[in-house]
Write a protein that binds this ligand. Structure first.
Ligand code: ADP
Ligand code: MG
Length: 228
């Protein structure tokens, strides 16, 4: 594990326990070899963490565990001091909707909806008003350099655009915890830098940001790095 440039947060009380993993073990098959074994980490508010390591090491799996999409076989994921592993599905879904933004490795946009409807989906589910979020969504599209009409469908855009639209969808709700799985995988260096800037700014606004990446440049731009 490599730790870099730890942030001295000005607000230690808020820094406590926003997202942490304690002794997490997980296997996809009962009795099979664990993909994640006895893994612990804390993620400070206001900082970006790069999760790195070779393909197949379990980076995406860890992100799903941290994002409450998978349950550990043993150990605990805690959100704001609340142990989440034993919560019912509905309570976990509520936590996910209220506190998390997630950027999937393959963007995972809804192909039946327009670009803007994809971006607004989660925010509207959270109960936000469409007009306000639509303005933020349009600003994010511009900031991330996605130059496509808002009423276009995901089948008519490039992979790199889809990735950034997925990031807009995650950022538009200003989530306390943002987990991004290889968010710059389809992007050139200059566009990657724009994405990293947006993620860094989001962390600085008081969020936890975790980025799975193979890119040395992206990992180098993060405050800390956990190598799996
Ligand atoms: P990474 O993101 O580091 O490339 P993954 O978390 O995707 O790694 O995968 C870790 C391991 O878990 C790999 O051996 C992979 O084959 C396995 N794996 C991933 N998803 C599943 C799944 N849904 N069912 C069974 N095995 C899986
Ligand atoms: Mg992966």
């Amino acid at each position: 594990m490599v730790w870099k440039r730890e942030h001295a947060c000005a607000c230690p009380a808020r820094n406590r326990d926003v997202l942490r993993a304690d002794n997490v073990t997980f296997s996809y098959h009962r009795g099979g070899a664990p993909v994640v074994a006895d893994w612990s980490a804390e993620f400070p508010v206001g900082s970006t963490t790069a999760l790195t390591g070779p393909s197949g090491r379990g980076k995406s799996t860890l992100l799903y565990l941290l994002g409450l999409m998978l349950r550990p076989d043993s150990g605990e994921i805690s959100i704001d001091g609340t142990p989440a592993s034993a919560l019912r599905d509905a309570a976990r879904a509520h936590l996910r909707a209220q506190k998390f933004g997630f950027v999937f490795q393959d963007a995972a946009l809804d192909t039946t909806r327009t670009v803007m409807d994809n971006i607004l989906e989660t925010a509207l589910y959270r109960g936000e008003r469409r007009n306000g979020v639509a303005v933020r969504g349009a600003e994010l599209l511009t900031r991330l350099g996605v130059d496509v009409p808002e009423d276009r469908k995901p089948g008519q855009i490039s992979g790199g655009q889809a990735q950034r639209i997925a990031l807009c969808r995650a950022l538009v709700s200003e989530p306390r915890i943002l987990l991004a799985d290889e968010p710059t995988g389809n992007l050139d260096a200059a566009t990657s830098a724009v994405v990293v800037d947006a993620l860094t700014d989001h962390a600085a606004s008081g969020a936890v940001v975790v980025i799975v990446t193979h890119s040395p440049a992206v990992a180098g731009a993060c405050d800390r790095r956990i190598d799996l």
